[in-house]
Design a protein around this ligand. Sequence first.
Ligand code: NAD
Length: 251
Amino acid sequence: MKLFNLAGKSAIVTGAARGLGQAIAIGLAEAGADLVLVTNQSAADETKQQIEQLGRKAIIVKADVSDQAQLAGIIEQAKQAYGRIDILVNNAGIIRRTPAVDYSFADWQAVLSTNLDSVFTLSQLAGKEMIEQGSGKIINIASMLSFQGGINVPAYTASKHAVAGLTKALANEWASKGVQVNAIAPGYMATDNTAALRADEVRSKQILERIPAMRWGNNEDLKGAAVFLSSQASDYVNGHVLCVDGGWMNR
Ligand code: NAD
């Protein structure tokens, strides 16, 4: 299991208080990493406790990733805590649903600044550290809407297509410097992010019918992909968008 061992590695996960980010943070800790848990309003105490129970370290950094002015502080606090940054998981994200004709520019900007601008700047800041140390792993959380258009979510779709593109662009520049940049595209997962979809009986049924695995994904389903892309096992994997979707994209 040496290939997947993250002992001695430090990892930043944004949006780590709940949902997919919480599971990814715990999954990395189970593989041996120490964590920086970035969160905006929601308390990440539960995630921290679970990580500490595993015998790993965790610090909580309160920050709003949609505010560019707060991003350098995240990297600084991570460096202060662990001396280096080995893994960055850009997970924090929001979705706002409105038909495109009525979509407000305020919603557009809120979604793009959270889902895309933060990914660029945090990757740039962490990437500089990683290039200097000659190694590092960046994992961006993409979506099925990195490939498809979705309905009533134009800003989210634009942001997630851009996250896939940015992943490839950064991977190309940094692969030769020992830094791997990849993305995970979760399928339809049962989290707060999809509560509205699951509450809509018609859409919920349509979605389920298209998933070959015949179930919504759960948070645990992302742990394996996150550990793989954070570990030595993926050292020759660059700019890949790994679907963890129960087969949705094949259909
Ligand atoms: P969620 O709403 O349960 O969790 C999102 C997390 O991000 C929360 O902890 C929230 O506090 C944090 N966050 C939001 N805005 C923030 C900000 N400005 N600053 C700091 N933290 C912020 O959603 P989730 O389903 O766990 O989503 C996590 C990621 O996975 C998102 O990028 C989302 O787009 C993506 N995703 C989710 C699904 C799904 O089916 N749930 C599918 C594909 C992609």
